[in-house]
Design a protein around this ligand. Structure first.
Ligand SMILES: Nc1nc2c(ncn2[C@@H]2O[C@H](COP(=O)(O)OP(=O)(O)OP(=O)(O)O)[C@@H](O)[C@H]2O)c(=O)[nH]1
Ligand SMILES: [Mg+2]
Length: 343
């Protein structure tokens, strides 16, 4: 591989040009800069961002081993057969380095190596989830500027973070392999709520029918104002059901989740603007929850710490403390632009 040069900020222009010219190597270098939060990387993202807006962004989440990567591989083949170009971003919030799963993905995806219509990249957390969340947003912008027809975002369903990542997507797939048993109920309700397509992958498993029925009854309980979700069964290893899944993805209403992207940039904006608003609201809620969590855990917020101290002294129950904290935050003045960056 070409040794990466760490270019100074003036080199962004060349890199941006390379990405827009659809040179994979330029995109790879741009992503490395964003991932490493290189000096001026925010400028790079800002330069690339206006060039996006074309790709349909598909999020794929589900428990470890559900078959996400195998299914994405099968979808990539299906899309390529339909003449579409694809970029895949695999995100592993649980592992500090590109671990086994992602390495496996690389091997699996190697079959697409040399195809200029397929670009694959993975990101791991390196122990700092906040950094990863930021990097993913930037990388999606870079991939978008590169101009593929489809961007796929794979995230392991290992915590609440998958909802955050899935909210970058316009169409969300949640994999529910058979054999989860009661765990289907236990699956993050939030994840099921935001799914556009529930995929019963590993449909070659005899328990797949049960899973489908369980999911169907859970969907019936979903908030009726939520957009309808479909259930599709697939066998990723053989490709069975993958064409139908591609159709379901095309048929799902694409909500524009790109913040500040109301600049009329073509077909990326879908019909469901209400739903787009709801998604932005959820993204904000998730990001806010993550931010509050960081502040509570680090002890950086004196207001929250004061409430916590009252819990420790037995003056407040936990639920009362939450109310008190929310009330205290509501009284706090809105922070000025670029409030303190650390405490
Ligand atoms: N029988 C069967 N096996 C499958 C199917 N899809 C995937 N698998 C197998 O399930 C295993 C896990 O597949 P992956 O694609 O790596 O799953 P993943 O969800 O990406 O896993 P992580 O990224 O580690 O969370 C592999 O051994 C696949 O061959 C399927 O439809 N049927
Ligand atoms: Mg995987």
């Amino acid at each position: 591989m070409n040794p990466e040069r760490v270019d100074a900020a003036p080199a962004w222009a060349a890199l941006v040009h390379g990405v827009l010219a659809r040179r994979q190597r330029a995109l790879a270098r741009a992503i490395t800069a964003i991932e490493n939060d290189a000096p001026g990387a925010a400028d790079l993202v800002a330069a690339l961002r206006p060039h996006g807006g074309r790709a349909r962004i598909v999020g794929v989440t589900g428990p470890p081993g559900a078959g996400k990567s195998t299914l994405i591989d099968a979808l990539v083949r299906e899309w390529r057969a339909r003449g579409r170009t694809v970029a895949v971003l695999a995100v592993d919030p649980s592992s500090p380095v590109s671990g086994g799963a992602i390495l496996g993905d690389r091997v699996r995806m190697a079959r697409h190596a040399g195809d200029p219509g397929v670009f694959v990249r993975s990101l791991a957390s390196r122990g700092h989830l906040g950094g990863l969340v930021r990097a993913v947003a930037g990388v999606v912008h870079a991939m978008d500027a590169f101009g593929p027809d489809v961007i796929v975002l794979e995230t392991v369903g290992a915590g609440q973070s998958e909802v955050e990542f899935a909210d970058h997507a316009q169409v969300r797939l949640v994999l529910c392999p058979p054999g989860l048993g009661d765990d289907v109920q236990a699956m993050k309700a939030g994840v099921l709520e935001v799914a556009d397509v529930l995929v019963v992958n590993k449909a070659d498993d005899p328990r797949a029918g049960d899973t489908e029925r369980q999911l169907a009854s859970m969907l019936a309980l979903r908030d009726p104002s939520a957009p309808a979700a479909r259930i599709v069964s697939t066998v990723a290893t053989t490709g069975e059901g993958v064409a139908a899944l591609a159709e379901a993805i095309d048929a799902a209403p694409a909500c524009d989740t790109r913040p500040g992207s109301g600049s009329g940039s073509g077909s990326g904006s879908g019909s469901g603007s209400d739903s787009g608003e709801a998604r932005l609201r959820r993204r904000f809620a998730d990001a806010l929850a993550a931010g509050l969590r960081e502040q509570v855990l680090s002890g950086a917020n004196a207001t929250l710490d004061a409430v916590l101290a009252r819990v420790a002294r037995g003056e407040l129950r936990l639920d009362e403390a939450v109310e008190a904290a929310l009330a205290a935050l509501a009284r706090a003045p809105a922070p000025p632009e670029r409030a303190r960056t650390h405490s």
